[in-house]
Ligand binder design. Structure first.
Ligand SMILES: [Fe+2]
Ligand SMILES: [Fe+2]
Length: 398
């Protein structure tokens, strides 16, 4: 059952839209007249909708920005006359806007936007007996088939692989949070690793990978996990740890490492200090954040035939040299070699994400030189430095 918050004030449109939403989808629609009312609903947390549909004829920019800030990753479909007017709202970090729906194609496009979100795993729901409802079951089966088809495709399009893998991780996250790490979800994870390995190939080039990466709005956890899998594998490969087994471990760890977090904003934080500084963060959320490496590692151990080390990488992915990381405050010598690769890879990814991918890996190396001073963390940084220097030389000659 999808909980929809509908912002619609025109009497003539309320009925047809509500009918559309309740006939084709099992949904409960809460309707408000204006964006100001929607802001009140979101501020008071009366309901936490699964989806917001906003047909605000007044195009009042300030309440729309406020509503999107409050939406915290809940997908929002705007119904508009002029889609170009709304692009600036995409910059709001918390906003997860789909392509807007042009009012003249309302019936056709509204339904297809919702179906796309469903396929992306945004609305996984339970039946009364506690199992997944038939619609969610179908979505998972279809997703598994999509991944399988791409595995069988000789040269799949990289962007399609990225999008499909991101959807897989999002689905795994949704289902796991509702009914646990089921065998079917494990099968999707295994297949998605297989698919990622297919595009990573034998020797993944970090420079090539960084060029193809792109975040997907509203799906930070899923989308950074997919990117991390590729970056960590590329880094490992340059460190001459290029066996298929190593890539499998790093990919699986990347897919599962933040799985127990549900808040995309929290998942962006690298340290406990950053998490504490988030506005409105509760003590409970902070504890969940502090323990997410432990919780996710426990989840990984339930995985059927999990390769050794994956749970260690996950449990240690926020540790830092000098015992300054969490949850255990380990020292460098206690951090496993593959975790070192993973830590540097995720740090590098965040460096790029914070700069909208207009970053320079050499700058990253310079800024981290005093942090990653020894052992495998240092080695990973050195490898990155060599590759970036070679890359810069190649561009200046071409
Ligand atoms: Fe992460
Ligand atoms: Fe994390």
């Amino acid at each position: 059952m999808i909980k929809i918050l509908l912002i619609e004030d025109l009497e003539s449109e309320i009925k047809p839209i509500t009918k559309l939403l309740t006939t084709d989808f099992e949904s409960v629609v809460t309707r408000v007249d204006s964006l100001l009312d929607a802001v009140k609903v979101m501020e008071s947390a009366w309901i936490r909708p699964d989806l917001i549909i906003c047909d605000d004829h007044g195009s009042s920019f300030t309440p729309l920005s406020r509503m999107l800030e409050l939406s915290q990753g809940v997908p929002c479909i705007l119904i508009v006359d002029d889609p170009t007017k709304f692009s600036e709202f995409r910059k709001i970090k918390q906003a997860f806007l789909t392509e807007p729906v042009a009012r003249k194609h309302l019936t056709r496009d509204l339904l297809s936007r919702i179906e796309n979100l469903e396929e992306e795993g945004m609305f996984v729901h339970l039946a009364k007996d506690g199992s997944l409802d038939p619609r969610s079951k179908k979505i998972i089966t279809v997703q598994e088939q999509k991944v399988q088809k791409l595995i069988e495709t000789p040269k799949p399009n990289i962007q399609t692989v990225h999008n499909t893998t991101t959807n897989s991780i999002k689905l795994i996250q949704e289902v796991t949070s509702k009914i646990g790490f089921t065998p079917q979800v494990q099968a999707i994870a295994t297949k998605s690793v297989e698919l990622t390995l297919k595009v990573i190939a034998d020797s993944p080039k970090l420079s090539e990978i960084l060029k193809t990466l792109k975040t997907q709005e509203g799906k930070f956890i899923a989308s950074h996990s997919m990117m991390l899998a590729e970056i960590a594998s590329a880094l490992a490969s340059q460190m001459e740890w290029s066996s298929g087994a190593t890539f499998t471990k790093l990919c699986l760890a990347a897919f599962l490492h933040d799985l127990t977090l549900t808040n995309n904003e929290l998942a962006r934080c690298r340290t406990l200090e950053e998490a504490k500084a988030l506005p409105g963060i509760t003590q409970y959320e902070l504890n969940q954040f502090k323990l997410h490496p432990t919780h996710a590692a426990e989840l990984a151990r339930k995985f059927h035939e999990i390769p050794a080390d994956v749970d260690t990488i996950i449990a240690q992915h926020h540790e830092l040299p000098g015992g300054t990381g969490f949850p255990r405050g380990l020292f460098q010598s206690q951090i496993s070699p593959l975790t070192c690769v993973f830590i540097v890879a995720e740090d590098l990814l965040h460096f790029y994400l914070d700069r909208d991918f207009r970053a320079d890996a050499l700058q990253f190396v310079k800024e981290r030189e005093n942090i990653y001073v020894s052992g495998n963390l240092r080695r990973a940084l050195k490898v990155l430095e060599n590759e970036s220097t070679a890359m810069n030389k190649a561009t200046s000659f071409s």
